[in-house]
Design a protein around this ligand. Structure first.
Ligand SMILES: [Zn+2]
Length: 188
């Protein structure tokens, strides 16, 4: 197993349509093993073969239990729900943008031996399935967002949102207390 170099935005490889895998041989197994290692080393959720410079329809990603799933020739068969959240990509380092994705996504894919299976992801995993499969057709998440921010800006925005929500909860509690006090008075 070897960690491979991740191709970054601006490299035309990321805009090409990948070819299906037809041979489930050692070469594919080495690619999958290397992609697993590259994903783990870079602390990502998912990685598509073009991101390591290979134009084949191969993806590795983490499921909800953080287990690695290998998808060869994956096709989305169903999606449902919708959620807008920040999304990033190992090929677009330290940039994040708000992207709308389904909350549930099912795929039909082959494993490393060519056996077909179905896989359904929820939440972040559903987001990841959609993101990675787009890579196989030469698309990046930045096409879905008008505004890219850095990781630091995203953390700050999240913190401000949490603070605003905490403040709103505090005000709500204060209103409820006032209300129950008034009710108490009326009863006396
Ligand atoms: Zn990506």
């Amino acid at each position: 197993m070897a960690e491979r170099t991740i191709v970054t935005r601006g490299n035309p490889i990321l805009n090409k349509v990948c070819r299906p895998v037809t041979e489930f041989n050692d070469k594919l197994h080495i690619l999958l093993d290397d992609m697993r290692q590259t994903l783990t080393k870079n602390d990502g959720y998912g990685l598509a073969a073009p991101q390591v410079g290979i134009l084949r329809r191969v993806v590795v990603l983490l499921d909800e239990e953080e287990q690695m799933v290998e998808l060869v020739n994956p096709e989305i068969t169903a999606t449902s729900g919708s959620d807008v959240d920040y999304e990033g990509c190992l090929s677009v380092p330290n940039m994040y943008g708000l992207v709308e994705r389904p909350t549930e996504a099912s795929v039909r894919a082959q494993d490393r031996n060519g056996e077909y299976f179905e896989f359904t992801g929820h939440g972040t995993t559903a987001r990841c399935i959609c993101h990675e499969l787009e890579h196989l057709d030469g698309h990046l998440f930045v096409e879905h967002t008008d505004r890219l921010i850095t990781g630091e800006e995203m953390d700050r925005e999240r913190q401000e949102k949490e603070e605003a929500e905490a403040q709103a909860r505090k005000q709500q509690r204060a209103r409820e207390q006032l209300h129950s006090k008034k009710k108490g008075k009326r009863r006396k």
